[in-house]
Write a protein that binds this ligand. Structure first.
Ligand SMILES: C[S@@+](CC[C@H](N)C(=O)[O-])C[C@H]1O[C@@H](n2cnc3c(N)ncnc32)[C@H](O)[C@@H]1O
Length: 199
């Protein structure tokens, strides 16, 4: 689901970038560690701040990234133009990822899975494109935040079958990803690291 105007403004500003840079990425890094030379994918890349961090902070050699919204992809491409060909962007859907099986060392999700109506399909796709031993790093928004009256007034999310922290952890396991660590903030936000087990 595409962002409405309010959420687009909330995502595309220096404060959001600072939160991602100084809070979310360091937290995921502490939980899941660096890649050091690996190939990474970011689903729902927005304007490309996450992809930048995947190269700079997580030490990926390359990052592929896509978003459902062509305007976001255009911004991300422009933001990382100097990093091409280490950073590649396309318009795509996380429930049908345009990448081969077992291709990436890591997949990153900065707050996108909760925007997907059939989000469990996206987790299965993440597992499919990860190499055995590869890691999924996710920062997510939980049902309590999505269903809060103020959020519902301002933002637009799918409302059916949303998840809390245990439900997301269970869904990771059902998709074939072994949960390694998770953390929660204020009952509304959570971080997860999971691994595709070696064959
Ligand atoms: C809350 S924004 C987060 C953007 C960026 N990751 C960030 O942290 O700033 C969610 C993003 O997911 C994208 N999105 C929603 N559904 C998607 C899907 N099925 N596949 C890929 N991207 C999707 C939206 O277009 C939007 O850019």
């Amino acid at each position: 689901m595409l962002l409405n105007r309010v959420e687009t403004a909330l995502m595309n500003n220096p404060l959001r970038a600072a939160i991602q840079r100084h809070f979310e990425a360091p937290r995921l890094l502490r939980m899941g560690g660096r890649l050091d030379g690996g190939a990474a994918l970011e689903i729902g890349c927005g304007r490309g701040v996450g992809a930048e961090l995947v190269l700079e902070r997580f030490g990926a050699d390359t990052v592929d990234a896509f978003d459902l919204d062509p305007r976001m992809v255009a911004q991300a491409r422009q933001r990382l133009a100097a990093r091409a060909p280490r950073a590649r962007f396309w318009v795509g859907d996380a429930t049908s990822i345009a990448a081969p099986d077992e291709h990436y060392d890591a997949v990153f999700d900065f707050g996108i899975v909760h925007h997907i109506p059939h989000w469990r399909s996206a987790l299965r796709e993440v597992r499919r494109v990860l190499k055995p031993g590869g890691r999924f790093y996710a920062e997510e928004v939980l049902a309590a935040f999505i269903r809060h009256p103020l959020t519902r007034r301002l933002l637009e999310h799918p409302l059916e079958d949303r998840f809390d922290r245990p439900a997301f952890r269970d869904a990771l396991a059902q998709a074939g990803l072994e949960p390694l660590d998770d953390a929660e903030l204020w009952g509304g936000f959570a971080w997860f690291v999971a691994e595709r087990p070696e064959a």
